[in-house]
Design a protein around this ligand. Structure first.
Ligand SMILES: [Zn+2]
Ligand SMILES: [Zn+2]
Length: 331
């Protein structure tokens, strides 16, 4: 079968790869669609991946079952969570695979067929097309949804989202759908346009002036109830603390290193809460599906679709920083 190989330094090839063989509790899925994730960009630009690719958001049809797979059948449409739990610990009992101390990561999903853990597959009914499915079962909507659970208070009315690439944009779409007034902050006019299409009430481009002052002036001088850091940059993280109101919450979605934060000035004296949020819980899929069925059009997050064979062009498009979600289409 054919698979994407990330050769490093921005080179992507389609190569012949061995057919995946399912072990106990595993299945092989014939890929219908896979999504490119921002988390693949470092490997793509730098060292590459000798073992294949970092694809970890994909949907398709079950074609082969390993031993001990009571929950799936050949021919079923599924979406796979890349993080599979051990199935035996208290976290797994609650469907919280990311909290399982023995969880495993499944990658290599940018391929004609891929391996997944059976207990990490979500069955997709026929009312969920592949493009919605890849967002609902991957981290495209998963991260924004998991994050939303931590800022559920009804007192939260205004949310400023710093960095509206694919993950920030997912937060825009979901938070606007939940009735929040969203202020999107990004230096890319294309990203800001996507944000408006996904429901942002206001957009701020830091190239036009101080974004903290802009968020404050849009919130009557107080600052936003929540500021979300989705760019993975020190300056946006610090801007979040400056642009959040007293008593507000800063959310970290973008991965990054240490920050110069003072317990006194950034937290204590303004009663600030900061929270991190990673991936999503397997058990959260049902709630995401319900949101979709009630009108949350997740496919708005997709800006580009490429045939699998044009994976190199797809990565190039994604790496340009001028897209929302980019997906590969198979078959
Ligand atoms: Zn991802
Ligand atoms: Zn476990």
């Amino acid at each position: 079968m054919k698979s994407v190989k990330m050769a490093g330094k921005g080179v992507v090839k389609i190569v012949e790869a061995p057919e995946p063989v399912p072990g106990p509790g595993e299945v092989v899925i014939e890929t219908a669609m896979s999504g490119i994730c921002g988390s693949e960009m470092h490997t793509y630009r730098e060292e590459g991946m000798p073992g294949g690719n970092g694809g970890h958001e994909a949907v398709g049809t079950v074609v082969k079952l390993g031993e001990c797979v009571p929950n799936l059948k050949v021919g079923q449409r599924v979406g796979a969570s890349a993080i599979a739990g051990c199935g035996a610990c208290p976290a797994c009992a609650k469907g919280q695979y990311t909290w399982c101390p023995n969880n495993r990561f499944y990658g290599n999903m940018h391929a004609e067929r891929f391996l997944a853990a059976a207990n990490a597959c979500h069955i997709l009914r026929d009312d969920v097309p592949w493009d919605a499915g890849v967002l609902l079962t991957g981290d495209g909507l998963g991260v924004p949804y998991h994050t939303s659970r931590k800022i559920a208070s009804r007192e939260i009315k205004t949310i400023a989202i710093f960095g509206v690439g694919p993950i920030g944009l997912g937060n825009v779409l979901l938070q606007a759908h939940l009735g929040r007034r969203v202020i999107a902050v990004d230096i890319s006019p294309t990203h800001l346009e996507h944000a408006r299409n996904c429901g942002a009430a206001e957009t701020v481009n830091p190239k036009d002036g101080d974004p903290v002052a802009a968020v404050k002036s849009l919130t009557g001088g107080k600052g936003a109830d929540v500021c979300m850091e989705c760019a993975g940059r020190q300056e946006t993280a610090m801007a979040c603390f400056a642009a959040v109101r007293t008593g507000g919450t800063v959310v970290f979605n973008g991965e990054q290193g240490p920050l110069p934060l003072s317990p006194s000035s950034h937290f204590i004296r303004r009663d600030i809460t900061a929270v991190g949020s990673w991936f999503y819980h397997f058990s959260e899929f049902g709630s995401m599906l319900e949101l979709y069925r009630n009108g949350l059009d997740v496919t708005k997050l997709i800006s580009h679709r490429f045939p699998f064979k044009k994976a190199a062009a797809a990565y190039k498009q994604f790496a340009s920083g001028e897209s929302a979600k980019v997906v590969l289409v198979y078959g």
